[in-house]
Design a protein around this ligand. Sequence first.
Ligand SMILES: *Cc1c(COP(=O)(O)O)cnc(C)c1O
Length: 374
Amino acid sequence: MNIPFNKPYLTGKETHYMYDAVQTGKISGNGKYTQLCQNFLKEKYGFGKCLLTTSCTDALEMAAILINIEPGDEIIMPSYTFVSTANAFILRGAKIIFADSRKDHPGIDEDSIEALISAKTKAIVPVHYAGVACNMDKIMDIAQRHNLFVIEDAAQAIDSFYTGKDGKKRALGSIGHLAAFSFHETKNIISGEGGMLAINDNQFIERAEIIWEKGTNRSSFFRGEVDKYGWVDMGSSFLPSEIIAAFLWAQLENLQMIQERRLKLWNIYLTELDDWAKENSVSLPVIPSFASNNAHMFYLVFKDITSRDKIIAQLKSKNILSVFHYLSLHSSKFYANKHDGRNLPETDRYSECLLRLPMFYELDIDKVIDAIKS
Ligand SMILES: *Cc1c(COP(=O)(O)O)cnc(C)c1O
């Protein structure tokens, strides 16, 4: 029996709600299911305004438009991330200033950020890698002192939290001015393709709705706030159809059950692999004291690329699919000649030495653990 890296989990209600959406005849965006999902997430996690999008990539693109990125503006983000984090700003002419990762975690090295700020810097984009929080107190403090926006790439961070110096526990995605989530089928909560923009700074709310609806004031028209709707700003078609939102609603209704199962699996990996990891100089994931764990991902960090690739091959021979992750964006084919030449050794280390193990609701975890230990 094959063990894939990921298998989308269905709660059983997805097609029921999709059928309902179709039956009611409202299948374009911003209907009943979109409202249900947006309100649920806003209430549960204390986000500002929530807008569903067709992907996290789209939510990041909306964020870049909202903070008025212009050619030449600089954005600071980790090099160890997905291309969409960078592309959203590249599309508007920005230059990306890549930061290195932490030694103990693939997330951005918060202490390296300040030295990267210039007169052109407009925003910091922390990525909560594996759903584990960046040090948001440090990042928000730097942003405030330098008058920068913070856009959280919370693609992997649903149902994960940050506890600040003030002792308050806040949901990831509720702290930055804006935050982008993904409901891609590889994430914890899914809708095939899908995402959401959380708007925590009120100054962006009105314009976000306009950009979301192709640059029109259609949303306020349907609320009866204006008597005609027209073209009032730039925008695009960022909102998903009700069919997608209906699928997502079935997932959100079962969020707690999905999260409990994933956490259980994650903790089994941690306990069962502890001795093996020590004997083989492999590091297991570190959760900083200010972060919670949403069990998005279980990864191993090997001492070098050779030992990692050996395990990939061994698992593959037992029909278990494990995969490495990001290739450093600062040395990518597209960006290497635009990068300023700084070495980012931790980023390169994670590119070469990190391995993700299968993680999904119906995983037969004993098989994976046995295969690794053998
Ligand atoms: C998955 C992911 C994205 C992209 O999400 P889509 O919904 O597929 O656009 C962006 N950033 C990070 C860190 C991701 O993990």
